[in-house]
Design a protein around this ligand. Structure first.
Ligand SMILES: [Zn+2]
Length: 286
C-alpha cells in the first residue's frame, strides 16, 4: 500500500476503489474495503498489524466500495450514510452488483475460493451498524474523522476528512485521471460537493479511483462534469434524439477506465450520455 502520510495508507493500484486506513493511537479506521476477496482479506490483516480495527467507513454504496465489507466481519463497527445502507448491494435492472463482483474474479485468482454463495452473502453482507444522515464526527485516539455528506455521485456519498493528517478521502466525488461514472448521479449536487471539498485545509486528496492527488484536481473534476452536462445539453438543443446523443457524445479519449475495467468504456460513455439526456428531457408531471 502507499503510505500517504505517517498514519495514512491507501491502495490505488487494485481493481476496485481505492481503499485505505488510518492508524490512530487507539486502533485503525478503515475507509472502504477492497472489492477483490483475497485483497480484502490481505488488507484486513495488514490493517490489524497496526492495531485493532475500530471502524470500517464506506464512502458510497457502489459494489467496489462495499463488497469487501463481507471479509471485515468482526473487525470494528461499520459506519455509513443512510443512503449507503438503503442501497447496499441492491440489484438494479442495469447492474447486479453481486454478479459484477463475481465478474472481477479473473483479476483475483486466489479470490474464487473465498467468494460466497449469493444466499450466504446476502444473509450478512456486513452493512452499517452506525447509520447517519448529515455529517458525523468520530474521535478515535488522537485523530478526528469528519464524515462529510457530499452527495452527487451517489445520494449517500461522503468524504472522510482527517485534519490531523491534512488528508481527505473523497470517494468517487473525485475520479483521478480516469473515467467518471455519472449515470446514477445528480451532477449539480456533485458540483456543490466539490466546492465543499475545495474549502478543506488539506495537502492530500485520496480519490475513489486513480492516483492520490491534491485539491487542484477539484477543478479538473468540476470541468469534466460541466463538459458532460454541456455536451448533452448542446445535443438536445440541436434536436438530436437520445440514440444520436449517445452515439455522438463521448469522452472515451479523455482518460482510461480505472484498473481492470477497460471493457466497461462503452458502457460508461453510453450510460453517462443517456442518463443526462433523460434528466434534461424529463417532463415533470403534476
Ligand atoms: Zn467507485
Amino acid at each position: 500500500m502507499e503510505q500517504v502520510t505517517p498514519h495514512v495508507f491507501a491502495e490505488t493500484k487494485l481493481r476496485g476503489s481505492n481503499p485505505g486506513f488510518v492508524v490512530t493511537s487507539d486502533g485503525v479506521v478503515v475507509v472502504d474495503t477492497p472489492q477483490l476477496p483475497s485483497k480484502a482479506v490481505a488488507m484486513r490483516a495488514e490493517a490489524e498489524r497496526h492495531g485493532p480495527i475500530r471502524y470500517v467507513i464506506n464512502t458510497e454504496h457502489h459494489v467496489d466500495h462495499i463488497f469487501g465489507n463481507y471479509y471485515f466481519k468482526g473487525a470494528g463497527t461499520v459506519v455509513h450514510h443512510q443512503g449507503v445502507y438503503d442501497n447496499f448491494m441492491t440489484v438494479y435492472p442495469e447492474l447486479d452488483p453481486f454478479e459484477y463482483a463475481r465478474e472481477a474474479l479473473p483479476d483475483d485468482p486466489d479470490g474464487a475460493a473465498l467468494f460466497p454463495d449469493r444466499e450466504e452473502y446476502y444473509q450478512d453482507p456486513n452493512k452499517g451498524q452506525i447509520v447517519f444522515t448529515g455529517d458525523v464526527t468520530l474521535r478515535v485516539g488522537d485523530h478526528t474523522f469528519h464524515l462529510l455528506h457530499t452527495p452527487g455521485h451517489t445520494p449517500g456519498q461522503i468524504a472522510v476528512h482527517v485534519p490531523e493528517e491534512r488528508v481527505v478521502f473523497t470517494g468517487d466525488t473525485i475520479f483521478s485521471e480516469c473515467q467518471t461514472w455519472l449515470m446514477t448521479s445528480d451532477v449539480d449536487e456533485w458540483i456543490a460537493s466539490l466546492d465543499r471539498i475545495r474549502a478543506l485545509d488539506v495537502d492530500h486528496v485520496i480519490p475513489g479511483h486513480g492516483p492520490v492527488t491534491d485539491l487542484s484536481y477539484v477543478h479538473t473534476q468540476r470541468s469534466i462534469l460541466l463538459e458532460w452536462k454541456s455536451a448533452v445539453a448542446q445535443a438536445i438543443a440541436k434536436g438530436w434524439s437520445r440514440d444520436e446523443t449517445v452515439a455522438r457524445v463521448n469522452f472515451a479519449e479523455r482518460y482510461p477506465v480505472d484498473i481492470g475495467q477497460g471493457y466497461m468504456m462503452e458502457y460508461i460513455q453510453t450510460l453517462n450520455a443517456g442518463s443526462l439526456y433523460d434528466k434534461f428531457t424529463a417532463v415533470s408531471v403534476g
